[in-house]
Design a protein. Structure first.
Lengths: 464, 1037
C-alpha cells in the first residue's frame, strides 16, 4: 500500500528532524551547563629591583637668618650649626658626607651599598638668638623632581626661606610655583632658578610672594633632582616666636595622613571660626592643586578614637588654613579624605610664654616594608600611625638591637620614645605613617618620616 | 607443412588463452616444421595442456624471463639450420593466429628475398574488427608510435606493406637475419623489442613488411610486450618501461658525439617532464618517470652493448630510415585531434555556474557597495590600525623572507620557523606590490565581496536556484563573527571567513579532479594558517572525506599535506618547548579580548559581546530584555532550516553539514577556554570567531540543502526570511562599522614616531626600546627594530613562550634594563646599548583605557627617564614620549641578526617550497581538460545503478545539481561507475607519448575497487555517453 509507505516515510523524516533538533539543543545546553576545564597561559614577568641605586639624603644644614640690613635683605647667613645623625643598614655601609657650597650636606652611600629606605639622616638645631629661637629638627630628604613644601608665611614678622639643594652632578633649573590664599601667585622670579651642581641656595619667599600668610610651594626641578626644604621663623612683636624646618610633604593624593600632631598646650580655635587670624593656634593647611575638592578632616586620638571632624571646601589652587578646634594636649593623627588630590600639613604652636616655638607636621606618605629612621634631637618620640582598617604589628629595632613588636589598632597610633643619635629600623611597616616628635617646654619640632621615592621600588617587567 | 619454419611459443599463465592459441596453431593451413614451447614458471596444469598440443620441443624455465630471452632459450633446442628459407615464427600464449596467417607470412618471405621480417596485422583478442597494430614506426625524435592508431578496422589500412617495424608477437623472421642481428636487444626486455629488431634489420639491409591479410588476435597479457592493461599499477609499470625503453633507444641510436649530451640531459628532462605531469594532473606517473630516468642513467652498459650490436650489423645509412618514420604532418595532425577530443570532453563536464544568469554579478556588485559603505573611512589612507593589526613590511622581498624559516626580529630576536600565516601575508603584500602595506587595506575593502562570492559559489555547487545562492551569500557576508573580526581589526579571522566557503567549494570537487584537489589543499593550508584552532575539525572532516572518497582517495589524501608542511616546524617547536597547545595560537599580533560566554558563542557572537544588541537594548525602552531572547529569535530561521535538512532528500548531506556545524561550535567553545599566548600582562585567548565561522558554514550548507528541496512557494518566502534575519542580526555591527565606532580605523602605516622611522630609512638597524605601562601595573618592555615591528614579523612561538629558552638570557637582560630605566638606578645604560643597540626609548602614550596602575607606572618611568643623564628627551609624540640614548652610536652590532637560518632552515624552506610548488602546479586548472572525466554527466541521466540512486527521489529534485552535490560529497563513487578505465587519455600535450594514454590513476587500481568483476569493464570499454571517448572515434581530420 503506497499510502502506508508514504506515511512511514514522512514519519521517519519528522523523527529525524526532531532528533536533530533535540541533539542540537542538547549540544548547546551541555556546552553552557558544564564547567569545562580551562587552560590559561601565565604571562611571564620579572620583578626588577633597581640595581645598585645610590642612596642619598640631603640635610639642609644650619638655620639661616636674613640680614637685618635692608640693603642686603636677600642675603641669608647661617647661625650656629646643626647636629646631624646618620644611620644605615647594614651599619658598616660606606657613607660619604660632603658639604654643599652654601650650607647643606649630602649624605651618600656607594652604589648598591644599602637598599632604598635603609639610609637615614636627621639634623636638629636649637637656636637662641634675638630673632630666631626654638627647635628645628628635620629628617634629611631625597632629591626629587617635584616636591611640595606645605608651610611658611610671609606675613609681617614671618620670614620663610626656600632651601634648594642640588646634590647631583649637573645643574638643575627650578621653578617655584607658589600657591597662596587667592590662588597661584604670579612671581616672575620664581621660574628659571638655576641651582648649580653641588650647591644649596636659599630663596626668600617674601621676595616672591610678599604678605602671603598661607603659602604652599611646589618645587619643580628639571635637569637634576632637587632636595627642597623650607625654613620659617616667627617674630611676635619683638620676641622670637619660634623656628622650624619643613621637609617635603607627601605628594598630592585624595587621602593624606598627618601623624604626630603634638598639641603641647590645650586650646585652639574652632574650625568654624571665620575670622581666625594669626598663627598661634593649631591649624591644618590644605590645597587642592588641580581641581576643586571637598575634604573631610578627622582628628584621631592616639587610641584611634575620633576626637573631632569637620569638612572643608577647597577651591582649586587656593590654600586654605583651617583651625583644628580646641584640643587637649596630646598626640593626634589627622586623616584627610578628599574627593580630589590634596596636599596637607598641620601647624602647631607651644602657646603663650617667654619661650615659644611652633612646628609644622607634614603629611607623611605610606612607608614601605622596612624603613630606617634617624633621631637627631633629645626628647624624641617616634609616632607610628595606622591609617588602615586592620590591626598591625610592626617591629622596631633600635641601633641594631633585637626588634620589639608594636601593636597598632586601626586608626590608632603608637608612640615610642627614642634617644637622640639612634637609628631605628621599622619592620612590617608597609602602609604605616611615621613622624618623630620632639616636644618639651617651649620647644617643638616634628619630623615626618617619608618613604624612599617610588622610583627606588621594584618594578614588574613583562619581556614579551 | 612449411619446412624450415620453426614456431616458438612462450607460455606463462596457460588457461583458455593458451588453449585458443594452441588450437589456432594447429589449425594453420600448413603447420611449422617444429613447435618449441617455452614454459615460464610452469605448473602441472600447463604441462598437461601443452603435452597434448603436439609440440616438438618443450623447454621449462624456472623464471619469468623476458620474451626475447625465452625465445633464445627455445631456439637452443633447435639445430642450427643452413636452410636459406629457415625462419622463426614468434608466438606467445595470447597471440592466436587466424588459420591462414603462417601461409601468408611465409609467402611474403618467399616471394621477396629482400624481406627479412614479416609481421601480421594484430587485432584485439575478442574483436577481430578492432585493430591493435599494423606496423610500428618512430617519430623524428625517436618516439615509438603505432603506424595506424588503434581503432576500428574496416580494411582501410590493408594496402600497407613496407614498414619500419612490426609488433614482436606473431612476426616471422628469417633465421639468418635473426642470427645476424642477435635476436632482441636484452636492453629492451618488455617494450620496443620489436621496433628495435625492425630498425636493426632495416639498417642491415633487410626489408620489414606487414602482411595485412594475416591477422593475429592479441590479448596483451604482458608476455610478448608489457601488459596492455589499464589498471593503475600495471599501467604505471608500463609507463615506466616505455620511458625506460625510449631513453635506452635514444642512447643506442644517437650519433656517438651526442650520447654524452643525451645522458646528461636525462635528469633535467625527467624533472621538467615531472612538472609537466603535475600540470597535466597525472602526479601518479611521476614516480615511473623518475625511476626510468634513474635506470637509464645507471644502465649505460646496455646502451653501449646495443650500440656495438648495431655497429656490427649496420650496412645502410640511418637516413634510409627517414621515409619510414611517421611524417611530421601526421604527427601534428594526431596531436591536434587528441587536443580536440580532450576539449570536447572537458566542455561537456564543466560545472555550469550561470554566473551572470543566476545573479552572481548583482551579488558581487551589492557586496562591493556594502563593503565601500562600511569601509569608506579606510580609503585614501596607507594603513589600517586595529587590535590585531600592524603594518606589513615595506618591501615584497622582506615579506617573503619573513615567510621563511629564519631570524625573527621580534623584540630581542630569535631563530624560528615562520608562521604559515606569514606566507599568506606575503601573498597579500605581493598583490599590493606598489606599496605592500596597502595589502591590508585591500583585504578590508575586498573581504565582504570575496566572502559573498565564496558563499555564492558554494551555493552554486549545491543548488541551481539563484535565490538560494543569494541567500547563502547574504548570510555569509554579513555574519556577525565576520563583521566583529572586521571591526576589531583581526586580519587572520577575516581571512578565515573569506576562505572557508572557497575551501568547501574546492573540497567538494576534490575527489573528482586533481585541479580541485590542489586548490583545496592550498585553501586548506591557508585556512589553517589563519586559524590553527580549526585544524582538529578540518582534519576530522578530511578523514571522513577520505573514507567516503573511494576511488578519489588519492586526491583527497593530498589535501592536508601543504598545511602540514607549513605548520609542522611550528608544531614541532611548540612540542619541543613543552607548550604543545601553543600550536593552536592565532597568528599575528595577539589581541586580548573578553572571554565570550557559551550563549554568546551559540548565537554566533565572538569577542564577549552580543554584537552590539546589548547596547541597543540598553539605550531603548526595552532595556530589561535579555539579549539572548533576540539572539534566539534571529537565529531560529537558520537553525530550523538547517535541522530541516534532515528531512530533505539528501539527508546525509544535511547530517554531515550539521555535524560540521557542531564541530565548529565545539571548536569555538574550546577556544574560549584556552589561552596560549601572552602579551604584556595579558593572557590572550584563542579567537572563537574562527570556530563560529566553521559552525555557520555547516548550518548554512544544511539550510541550503533544505531550501533546495522545497517547492518554490515555500522556498522563496523562507529564503527571504533567512536573508532578512541574516541582515538584521548584524545590523548594530554594520552601523558601528559604517559610523566609525569600531576599533579598526585608518592610520598611517607606522607604529613608531616619525623621528625613528626617518632614521630607520637610512639605518634599518636602529633599535627602539618600547615601554608599555600595563593595566596590572608593571611595564611591557620590547625592542622595536627599524621602523617598527610589522605584522609579518610576528611569531606565535614568541607569544606562546616556545622560544623562551632561546631568548631567556637576552630577555632577562632586557627586562633588567627596562626596569632600571623606569627607576632611579645606577644601572649602566651603556650595557643595554651594547647588547641590543638601543638608540631610542619610547614610553607608550596612554590609550585612556589602561587605568590608574598603568598611569602610575607611566609617571614613574617618565620621571626616571627624564632625570636619567644617559637619555635625553626628543619629543612628546602621538605614540608616547621619546628619549634618545646619549651614548648610542649608529649601527650598533646588537641590532643585526645574530644567526642565519642555517642548514635546517634552508632545508625546511626548500621542502615547504617544493610541496607548495607541487600543489600549485596541480591546482592550475590548465590541466583540467587533460584529466580523465570523473564527473557524471548531468543530463541525460542514465539508468541509475549506483547505491546512491535511492537517495534522491526525482520528483523533488529540481535538476541534476542536487545529485551532483550528493555525488561530490559522497565521494564520487557513483561517478566512478561511469568511467571505465578505457576513457583514459589517448595523449597529452606536455607528454606526447602514445603510451602515456595508459595514464595511471590509483583509483582505478583493482585492489581499491570494492565492486566485483572490474575486469569486464576494462576489457570491454563501452562508451556510454556522447562525450566519452572511444578509441575508434579518434577524429581523422
Amino acid at each position: 500500500m503506497p499510502d502506508a509507505k508514504r506515511i512511514t516515510r514522512v514519519a521517519l523524516k519528522c523523527l529525524a528532524v526532531l532528533a536533530g533538533a533535540a541533539a542540537a539543543g542538547a549540544v548547546v545546553l551541555t556546552a553552557a551547563a558544564v564547567d569545562w576545564p580551562e587552560h590559561r597561559a601565565e604571562p611571564p614577568s620579572v620583578l626588577v629591583q633597581p640595581s645598585e641605586s645610590r642612596q642619598l639624603r640631603v640635610c639642609p644644614g644650619p638655620l639661616l637668618e636674613l640680614a637685618l640690613d635692608a640693603s642686603e635683605a636677600d642675603v641669608a647667613s647661617p647661625i650656629g650649626s646643626a647636629a646631624r645623625v646618620v644611620a644605615a643598614v647594614p651599619d658598616d655601609a660606606e657613607i660619604v658626607e660632603s658639604d654643599l657650597v652654601g650650607d647643606g650636606t649630602s649624605v651618600e652611600t656607594a652604589r648598591g651599598a644599602v637598599d632604598p629606605g635603609l639610609l637615614a639622616a636627621a639634623q636638629s638645631q636649637e637656636a637662641g638668638t634675638d630673632t630666631v629661637r626654638g627647635l628645628a629638627a628635620v629628617n634629611c630628604i631625597e632629591a626629587v623632581d617635584e616636591a611640595w613644601l606645605v608651610g611658611g608665611s610671609t606675613a609681617v614678622g614671618r620670614s620663610s626661606l626656600v632651601l634648594l639643594a642640588n646634590p647631583g652632578t649637573v645643574a638643575s633649573t627650578v621653578e617655584l610655583r607658589i600657591h597662596g590664599q587667592d590662588g597661584l601667585i604670579d612671581a616672575p622670579g620664581a621660574a628659571g632658578i638655576v641651582v648649580p651642581a653641588g650647591t644649596q641656595q636659599a630663596i626668600s619667599l617674601a621676595g616672591l610672594a610678599p604678605d602671603e600668610p598661607s603659602p604652599v610651594v611646589q618645587v619643580v626641578a628639571t635637569g637634576a633632582p632637587i632636595a627642597a626644604s623650607l625654613e620659617q621663623s616667627v617674630i611676635r612683636g619683638l620676641a622670637p616666636g619660634g623656628v622650624d624646618l619643613v621637609g617635603a610633604s607627601a605628594a598630592p593624593a585624595a587621602r593624606q595622613v598627618v601623624p604626630g600632631v603634638a598639641i603641647a598646650v590645650a586650646g585652639g580655635v574652632d574650625p568654624g571660626e571665620e575670622h581666625a587670624t594669626g598663627d598661634d593656634f593649631a591649624a591644618v593647611r590644605l590645597l587642592a592643586p588641580e581641581t576643586d575638592a571637598e575634604a573631610d578632616i578627622r582628628i584621631l586620638g592616639a587610641d584611634g578614637a575620633e576626637v573631632a571632624s569637620f569638612g572643608a571646601a577647597l577651591v582649586a589652587g587656593e590654600v586654605l588654613d583651617v583651625p583644628l578646634g580646641e584640643l587637649a594636649a596630646g598626640e593626634y593623627t589627622l586623616d584627610v579624605d578628599a574627593d580630589e588630590p590634596v596636599v596637607a600639613a598641620v601647624r602647631v604652636d607651644t602657646g603663650e610664654g617667654d619661650e615659644r616655638d611652633f612646628a609644622w607636621a607634614q603629611a607623611a606618605a605610606a612607608l614601605g616594608q622596612r624603613q630606617l629612621v634617624a633621631v637627631a634631637a633629645e626628647d624624641g618620640v617616634l609616632v607610628l600611625a595606622n591609617p588602615g582598617s586592620t590591626e598591625r604589628i610592626a617591629t622596631i629595632a633600635v641601633d641594631g638591637a633585637e626588634p620589639g613588636e608594636v601593636r597598632i589598632a586601626p586608626g590608632a597610633s603608637a608612640s615610642v620614645p627614642v634617644d637622640a643619635g639612634s637609628g631605628i629600623l621599622l619592620g612590617d611597616a608597609d602602609g604605616l605613617r611615621a613622624a618623630v616628635v620632639h616636644s618639651s617646654a617651649g620647644r617643638i619640632a616634628i619630623a615626618a618620616v617619608q618613604p624612599p621615592s617610588p622610583l627606588d621600588s621594584a618594578i614588574r617587567v613583562y619581556p614579551r | 607443412m612449411f619446412p624450415g619454419i620453426s614456431a616458438v611459443l612462450v607460455v606463462r599463465h596457460g588457461g583458455d588463452r593458451l588453449q585458443r592459441t594452441l588450437e589456432a596453431i594447429a589449425a594453420q593451413r600448413g603447420t611449422p616444421s617444429s613447435l618449441v614451447v617455452v614454459l615460464l614458471e610452469p605448473d602441472d596444469a600447463i604441462r598437461e595442456q601443452v603435452g597434448g598440443s603436439g609440440a616438438s620441443h618443450v623447454v621449462e624455465l624456472p623464471n619469468a624471463v623476458p620474451f626475447g630471452e625465452a625465445v633464445e632459450a627455445g631456439l637452443r633446442m633447435l639445430p642450427p639450420s643452413g636452410d636459406e628459407r629457415a625462419a622463426l615464427w614468434l608466438l606467445a600464449e595470447d597471440t592466436a593466429p587466424e588459420p591462414g596467417v603462417l601461409a601468408a607470412l611465409a609467402a611474403a618471405l618467399e616471394t621477396s628475398p629482400s624481406v627479412g621480417i614479416a609481421g601480421p596485422k594484430v587485432v584485439e583478442w575478442d574483436r577481430a574488427d578492432r585493430l591493435v597494430s599494423i606496423g610500428r614506426t618512430m617519430t623524428r625524435l625517436g618516439r615509438t608510435v603505432e603506424l595506424v592508431e588503434p581503432g576500428l578496422d574496416q580494411g582501410q589500412e590493408d594496402g600497407r606493406s613496407d614498414v619500419l617495424a612490426v609488433a614482436p608477437a606473431g612476426l616471422l623472421v628469417r633465421r639468418a637475419v635473426w642470427d645476424l642481428l642477435g635476436g632482441f636487444d636484452p636492453g629492451l626486455p618488455q617494450v620496443d623489442a620489436g621496433l628495435d629488431l625492425g630498425v636493426r634489420a632495416r639498417l642491415a639491409g633487410h626489408r620489414v613488411v606487414v602482411v595485412p591479410e594475416a591477422r593475429v588476435a592479441f590479448a596483451g597479457d604482458g608476455i610478448a610486450e608489457s601488459s596492455a592493461s589499464k589498471r593503475g599499477r600495471t599501467r604505471r609499470r608500463t609507463d615506466r618501461r616505455v620511458r625506460r625503453a625510449a631513453l635506452h633507444r635514444r642512447l643506442a641510436y644517437a650519433p656517438a658525439w651526442a650520447v654524452p649530451l643525451h645522458w646528461l640531459a636525462i635528469l633535467p628532462l625527467a624533472i621538467a617532464r615531472s612538472i609537466g605531469m603535475l600540470v597535466a594532473k597525472r602526479p601518479a606517473a611521476i614516480g615511473g618517470e623518475l625511476a626510468a630516468a634513474g635506470q637509464a642513467l645507471v644502465g649505460v652498459g646496455a646502451a653501449v652493448r646495443a650500440r656495438a650490436r648495431i655497429r656490427r650489423t649496420r650496412t645502410e645509412r640511418w637516413s634510409r630510415l627517414a621515409p619510414l618514420r611517421l611524417p611530421p604532418a601526421e604527427e601534428t595532425r594526431r596531436r591536434q585531434a587528441a587536443r580536440e577530443l580532450r576539449r570536447d570532453r572537458a566542455r561537456g563536464r564543466r560545472h555550469e555556474l550561470h554566473f551572470l544568469a543566476a545573479g552572481g554579478g548583482w551579488v558581487l556588485l551589492v557586496a562591493l557597495l556594502v563593503s565601500l559603505v562600511l569601509n569608506w573611512r579606510l580609503l585614501g589612507f596607507t594603513g589600517v590600525a586595529g587590535e590585531a593589526l600592524e603594518p606589513l613590511s615595506g618591501s615584497v622581498a622582506e615579506l617573503w623572507s619573513n615567510a621563511a624559516y629564519g631570524w625573527r626580529e621580534l623584540s630581542v630576536g630569535f631563530l624560528a620557523p615562520a608562521d604559515p600565516f606569514a606566507g599568506l601575508l606575503a601573498i597579500i603584500g605581493t598583490l599590493a606590490f606598489w606599496f605592500p602595506p596597502a595589502g591590508v587595506t585591500l583585504v578590508w575593502l575586498l573581504a565582504i565581496p570575496a566572502a559573498a562570492m565564496g558563499a555564492w559559489m558554494l551555493g552554486a555547487r549545491l543548488s541551481d536556484r539563484a535565490s538560494v545562492r543569494t541567500v547563502a551569500a547574504t548570510v555569509w557576508a554579513l555574519a556577525p563573527m565576520f563583521l566583529t573580526a572586521l571591526s576589531d581589526g583581526r586580519p587572520a579571522a577575516v581571512l578565515v571567513h573569506v576562505l572557508l566557503p572557497w575551501l568547501a567549494f574546492a573540497a567538494l570537487g576534490a575527489a573528482g579532479s586533481w585541479a580541485s584537489a590542489g586548490a583545496a589543499a592550498l585553501l586548506f593550508a591557508a585556512v589553517i594558517a589563519c586559524a590553527p584552532s580549526l585544524a582538529p575539525l578540518l582534519v576530522v572532516a578530511w578523514l571522513v572525506a577520505l573514507v567516503l572518497a573511494g576511488r578519489g582517495a588519492a586526491r583527497v589524501l593530498w589535501m592536508p599535506v601543504p598545511a602540514l608542511a607549513l605548520a609542522l616546524p611550528v608544531i614541532l617547536a611548540s612540542f619541543d618547548a613543552g607548550v604543545p597547545l601553543g600550536a593552536f595560537a592565532d597568528p599575528g599580533l595577539p589581541a586580548p579580548g573578553v572571554e565570550a560566554s557559551v550563549w554568546q558563542l551559540a548565537a554566533g557572537f565572538p569577542g564577549g559581546g552580543w554584537g552590539g544588541w546589548a547596547e541597543v537594548f540598553a539605550a531603548s525602552p526595552f532595556d530589561a530584555v535579555d539579549p539572548r531572547v533576540l539572539a534566539v529569535a534571529l537565529l531560529a530561521p537558520l537553525a530550523l532550516l538547517a535541522v530541516g535538512s534532515l528531512a530533505a532528500p539528501a539527508a546525509l548531506d544535511g547530517l554531515a553539514a550539521l555535524a560540521f556545524a557542531g564541530g565548529g561550535f565545539a571548536t569555538a567553545v574550546a577556544a574560549s577556554r584556552i589561552s596560549v599566548e601572552t602579551i604584556g600582562s595579558d593572557s590572550v585567548g584563542v579567537w572563537t570567531g574562527a570556530g563560529l565561522s566553521a559552525g555557520l558554514l555547516g548550518l548554512l550548507v544544511a539550510a541550503v540543502c533544505a531550501l533546495r528541496a522545497l517547492r518554490r512557494y515555500l522556498r522563496s518566502p523562507l529564503a527571504v526570511v533567512l536573508a532578512a534575519t541574516g541582515v538584521v542580526v548584524s545590523l548594530p555591527l554594520t552601523v558601528v562599522l559604517a559610523t566609525g565606532g569600531a576599533g579598526v580605523h585608518s592610520a598611517d602605516a607606522r607604529t613608531l614616531p616619525a623621528v625613528v622611522t626617518a632614521e630607520a630609512e637610512h639605518d634599518p638597524n636602529v633599535t627602539t626600546l618600547l615601554l608599555v605601562p600595563e593595566e596590572a601595573g608593571g611595564l611591557r618592555a620590547t625592542l622595536e627594530h627599524g621602523a617598527g615591528t610589522t605584522l609579518d614579523e610576528q611569531s606565535t612561538l614568541w607569544y606562546t613562550g616556545a622560544r623562551a629558552e632561546q631568548t631567556a638570557e637576552r630577555s632577562a637582560l632586557l627586562a633588567e634594563a627596562a626596569g632600571n630605566l623606569a627607576s632611579r638606578s645606577g644601572f649602566d645604560v651603556e650595557a643595554a646599548v651594547e647588547e641590543f643597540g638601543v638608540r631610542y626609548v619610547l614610553l607608550a602614550a596612554s590609550d585612556g583605557e589602561a587605568g590608574d596602575e598603568a598611569d602610575a607606572v607611566r609617571d614613574r618611568a617618565t620621571l626616571a627617564l627624564d632625570s636619567n643623564p644617559d637619555v635625553v628627551v626628543v619629543a612628546d609624540t602621538a605614540f608616547g614620549r621619546l628619549w634618545r640614548v646619549v651614548g648610542a652610536e649608529p649601527g650598533e652590532p646588537g641590532a643585526a641578526p645574530l644567526a642565519g637560518p642555517g642548514t635546517t632552515g634552508l632545508l625546511v624552506t626548500i621542502v615547504q617550497l617544493a610541496v607548495l610548488l607541487v600543489t600549485l602546479l596541480l591546482s592550475i586548472p590548465v590541466g583540467a581538460a587533460m584529466e580523465p572525466a570523473r564527473e557524471r554527466r548531468r543530463r541525460p541521466r542514465p539508468p541509475r545503478r549506483s547505491r546512491r540512486a535511492i537517495a534522491v527521489p526525482p520528483e523533488v529534485e529540481p535538476d541534476g545539481d542536487a545529485d551532483d552535490a550528493t555525488a561530490d560529497s559522497n565521494a564520487e563513487d557513483a561517478a566512478a561507475d561511469v568511467l571505465p578505465e578505457a576513457e583514459a587519455e589517448p595523449d597529452s600535450e606536455s607528454e606526447p607519448e602514445p603510451q602515456s594514454e595508459s595514464e595511471s590513476e590509483p583509483d582505478t587500481a583493482p585492489e581499491a575497487d570494492p565492486r566485483p568483476a572490474p575486469a569486464e569493464s576494462e576489457s570491454e570499454p563501452q562508451p556510454r555517453f556522447g562525450t566519452a571517448p572511444a578509441e575508434t572515434e579518434a577524429p581523422r581530420a
